[in-house]
Design a protein around this ligand. Structure first.
Ligand code: C5P
Length: 285
């Protein structure tokens, strides 16, 4: 039996995020296309004989208790399967926190996948995704990663082929944003509705320029009101030559898409002088 596993937890960006309506349970019905990028956390899980959950991280700002999605995932799996063993987790954090890049959700998904292996639970990815939905809305997608059409509250996943490979510049403004706050501040009359269905078609056709024309996010306006730098960063990205720029998830991270590496480098260098947290990554296959 393995006593230690390490799982990769990649970040995601939303090529579209369409809020359809608010549901009776308080959540919002969504249609989104998500894709993974090669910026990732790494989670090492070690079995402990003692019935406890211990988290350590290289990032001093990460909560290490029940506020952490990875902790919630471990607690859930222990309770569901009545596991008396404990786990020690080391989260090597590279994805910015509270950024709209799904870092916490991806850590939770990696924890579920890792504990499934470590404790020989033999759960399928679909079963892990179902468990993940109890931890957070983006966790089911993060169980699989890749490119997907995601709907419902986040639990309905249809896998798509990988997006045409491109470069992605990520800029994380200093202050994070809470997802709940952004959803509750939505102004339904002015909501932008990107077409997720057309985005799916563009990906199926592998049409990069159609894809860049179709990106859109219903949450961008509400987040920009809280953080006007979002719009400024988008404009800078376009002025430095990005093919398209958009806020990811509930923000505040903004991503720029660039087909050519030289353009991506120009956007990266231009934004580096303006913000501390800038990353140049690729979409993942
Ligand atoms: O599910 P999760 O805990 O990640 O969601 C955080 C918050 O985002 C929820 O409390 C809710 O306010 C909002 N949300 C929503 N509709 C969704 C997903 C999240 O309203 N589909």
């Amino acid at each position: 039996m393995n006593t230690e596993v390490t799982e990769k937890a990649p970040a995601k960006i939303n090529l579209t995020l369409d809020v359809l309506h608010k549901r009776e349970d308080g959540y919002h019905e969504l249609e989104m296309v998500m894709t993974s990028v090669d910026l990732a956390d790494y989670i090492t899980l070690k079995t402990l004989k003692k019935d406890t959950i211990i988290i350590q991280s290289n990032n001093g700002f990460l909560p290490l208790d029940q506020r952490n999605h990875a902790y919630k995932a471990a607690r859930l799996i222990k309770d569901k399967f009545n596991i008396q063993l404990g786990v020690e987790m080391m989260i090597r954090k590279n994805i910015p926190i509270a950024a709209g890049l799904g870092g916490g959700s991806s850590d939770a998904a990696a924890t579920l996948r890792g504990l499934n292996q470590l404790w020989n639970l033999n759960l399928s990815l679909a079963e892990l995704a179902e468990l993940g939905a109890e931890v957070g809305s983006d966790v089911p997608y993060c169980i699989y990663g890749g490119t997907a059409f995601v709907s419902g509250r986040g639990e309905k996943i249809e896998h798509l082929e990988a997006v045409p490979q491109c470069w992605v510049v990520l800029v994380k403004p200093k202050k994070g944003i809470s997802t709940g706050t952004v959803f509750s501040a939505l102004s339904y009359e002015t909501l932008i509705h990107p077409s997720t269905r057309l985005m799916v078609a563009a990906i199926q056709e592998q049409d990069y320029s159609k894809m860049t024309n179709l990106i859109g996010n219903s949450l961008e306006e509400a987040s920009t009101i809280r953080q006007p730098s979002i719009e400024k960063i988008k404009q800078k990205m376009i002025s430095f030559g990005a093919d398209a720029a958009l806020m990811s998830g509930s923000g505040p991270t903004i991503f720029a898409l660039c087909r050519k590496y030289s353009r991506a480098q120009r956007v990266y260098n231009g934004l580096k002088g303006f913000c501390n947290e800038v990353y140049l990554v690729r979409t993942l296959k």
